[in-house]
Design a protein around this ligand. Structure first.
Ligand code: SF4
Length: 375
């Protein structure tokens, strides 16, 4: 099996999407972000690909942009112009920060394949530098607009794979692993330990086992709205059937009514929360326990104490009495979260799923409202 960072990341986000993209090889549409990122990567490759440790001048760098600029993926000429202007600025800033300290990289756009747990892992390292004073730094360019939290960078799958590749191919453990966010012009640097590499191996093996077992269930996620495979996705079947002629118009009326009522619920909930805050503030200020309405009914204000047991202390009290086992229970929610985390080997996941006795299946209905998420 051959995998890459994007294949694993796609599988972990949505196994069905992985199948459509990597197994069925269905075509994907371009996007401005992809084309823009690719153009910047090409320019930076040329910028660093020098026989002598002298950076190209800024006009030379802008000339590279003209040569490497891709025009596909944009809605129209206006959008393309905006992106090109932005690329111009981003590269100017990159030049300002990097030209003076320019060094010839130890590796540039290095394509690799390493075997991990029986899986051929492919990838491309954007750049690897020697750190003055010793050691190596792997750098990957990113074109995200915003910086992720540091904890996300510390767990970044791509950097872990590059670290492992450097170890396997060159026998080195890079001291620094850096994501260079070109748009804000910020670097975020992290490192990996051998325990991280063990985690990575397990993660790759888990994904590979799931793929081999044919586990390709769709998984709703925040990127669904931009997914190229909605037409093939079981979650979107009704949407596309409706577009070709509503198979059950009466049912659509029911759906619309449910959606309208759900929205009213939200409005009421929001208003209730606003009123609650006002009432609580008023009672705090004037010392009221109860506020009366005009028809005699009242709002009772009761304190709710949220407590959490100190598990160790409870254990010390109950264990000598032989009662500790009686308060130990499996939390079904936590168990479901663990199963859905997709970190368990498939046989463990299957065993846990089989261990749950199904009393009955009930379905909750949630409203996915584009109007609400835009607010
Ligand atoms: S639309 Fe969402 S659930 Fe369906 S394949 Fe795409 S990412 Fe997966």
């Amino acid at each position: 099996m051959r995998l890459s960072y994007s294949a694993i990341s796609t599988y972990e986000t949505c196994p069905a999407k992985y199948k459509f993209q990597y197994e069925d090889r269905l075509p994907t549409g371009g996007s401005p972000a992809l084309t823009f990122g690719d153009s910047l990567h090409r320019v930076l490759h040329r910028f660093h690909d020098r026989p002598v440790p002298v950076a190209p001048t800024l006009p030379e760098m802008h000339e590279m942009l003209e040569g490497e600029w891709r025009t596909d993926g944009y809605r129209d000429d206006g959008e393309e112009r905006l992106y090109r202007d932005h690329a111009w600025q981003v590269l100017s800033e990159y030049h300002r920060v990097n030209a003076e300290s320019f060094r010839i990289p130890a590796a540039l756009e290095f394509r690799f394949t390493v075997e991990v747990e029986g899986v051929a892992m492919n990838g491309v390292i954007d750049r690897m530098d020697r750190i003055p004073g010793g050691g190596y730094e792997i750098i990957d360019y990113k074109t995200n607009r915003r910086l992720p939290p540091k904890a996300v960078v510390d767990r970044d799958l791509q950097l872990s794979i590059y670290f492992l590749a450097a170890k396997e191919i060159w026998g080195i453990e890079p001291e620094r692993l850096t994501l260079y966010f070109l748009l804000p012009g910020e670097r975020m640097t992290t490192f990996r330990t051998s325990a991280d590499v063990d985690d990575l191996r397990r993660r790759i093996a888990t994904v590979a086992e799931r793929i081999e077992a044919g586990k390709f269930e769709p998984r709703q996620n925040p990127l669904c709205d931009w997914c190229d495979f909605q037409r093939q996705c079981p979650l979107y079947r009704h949407k596309f059937e409706k577009e070709e002629g509503d198979p059950a118009p009466r049912m659509s009326e029911t759906v619309d009514e449910w959606i309208a009522l759900k929205r009213e619920d939200w409005e009421r909930y929001r208003r209730l929360e606003d009123l609650k805050a006002l009432i609580n503030a008023f009672c705090e200020e004037h010392g009221y326990r109860r506020l009366f309405g005009t028809d005699g009914s009242a709002i009772d204000r009761r304190p709710q104490h949220v407590t959490a047991p100190d598990i160790e202390r409870v254990r010390q009290i109950l264990e000598p009495l032989g009662l500790w086992e009686q308060v130990l229970t499996v939390d079904p929610k936590k168990l479901s979260d663990l199963i859905e985390s997709r970190r368990l080997p498939p046989h463990v996941e299957d065993a846990l799923l089989a261990s749950r006795e199904e009393v009955r299946t009930q379905y909750a209905l949630y409203l996915k409202d584009p109007a609400r998420s835009r607010r």
